[in-house]
Ligand binder design. Structure first.
Ligand SMILES: Nc1ncnc2c1ncn2[C@@H]1O[C@H](COP(=O)(O)OP(=O)(O)OP(=O)(O)O)[C@@H](O)[C@H]1O
Length: 249
């Protein structure tokens, strides 16, 4: 049994099936990319997994437990974390304060380390700051962070909550090439420690990070495999016909 399983998942908005019998299996520690043309159902799939949208059919199993009807807050307690395109950091708080607030929502054992006299930092926060390369911004107010750093802070907020399954919608949108490169390094560090499902249009980024890619089309799984396999899949080529192919999605 895979860590996350979707079986015949379905959601209908006024009769329109945005997700239409979707089957998906993601192993623990995997980094899975979801691709598909506009309107294919990618964001809606993330909404269904995190509980923001209730399905009209099918089942969602997380670590063997049926969470199909579980409310969003309970899924968050089970370790489902969602990062949206618009960051939800507290602009008036510093990086450190944002992480402390995030952690206080899901407190783990208190593990503090001494940085220098008088300043103690939770060990997990210190680890996460290294992962997202924000250790130098500890006392910077979030309002003054660049776009990329704000996105990494939000990822860090999910990490300090020990989210086991992290869902991200276009994490590199609006980033510079350098920021995208750094995001790819961050994701490589997360691989194996967290399970990630990433909706992304930037194919250069997908090439750098992806193991297995799932291509959605009209709310269903159209293809799955390595980047080479999906790029060469005739069904994928046909679905992207007119849009310049998957590399230009
Ligand atoms: N709450 C809603 N009510 C009605 N229709 C919706 C709702 N949410 C999504 N849809 C429709 O469902 C379809 C799938 O939308 P979704 O946002 O999941 O696509 P997507 O693959 O993420 O596309 P994009 O790449 O453009 O973000 C679209 O046709 C969209 O208009």
């Amino acid at each position: 049994m895979a860590y996350l399983e979707l079986h015949g998942l379905e959601v209908s908005f006024d009769g329109f099936k945005a997700v239409n019998g979707l089957d998906l299996a993601v192993e623990r520690g995997e980094l899975r990319c979801l691709l598909g043309a506009n309107g294919a159902g990618k964001s809606t799939t993330l909404d269904l997994i995190c509980g923001r949208t209730q399905p009209t059919g099918g089942r969602i199993l997380l670590d063997g437990q049926d969470i199909t009807r579980a409310p969003e807050f309970r899924r968050a307690r089970h370790g489902v974390g969602r990062k949206f395109q618009v960051p939800s950091v507290f602009k008036e708080l510093t990086v450190r304060e944002n992480l402390e607030v995030a952690q206080s929502r899901h407190p783990g054992p208190a593990r503090t380390i001494r940085l220098f006299p008088g300043l103690r930092l939770d060990r997990r926060i210190a680890e996460v700051l290294e992962i997202v390369e924000l250790a130098d911004e500890l006392d910077t107010r979030a309002a003054f962070l660049s776009h990329g750093k704000t996105q990494w802070l939000e990822i860090a907020m999910l990490l300090v909550q020990d989210s086991a399954l992290i869902l991200m919608d276009e994490p590199t949108a609006g980033m510079t090439i350098q920021e995208t490169g750094k995001t790819s390094r961050i994701f490589q560090r997360l691989r194996g420690r967290h399970t990630l499902i990433v909706v992304e249009h930037d194919m250069g980024f997908v090439r750098e990070i992806a193991g297995t890619i799932t291509v959605l089309h009209q709310g269903k799984r159209l293809a799955e495999g390595s980047i080479r396999q999906v790029e060469n899949d005739p069904k994928v080529r046909e679905a992207y016909l007119g849009s310049g192919g998957i590399s230009h999605a």
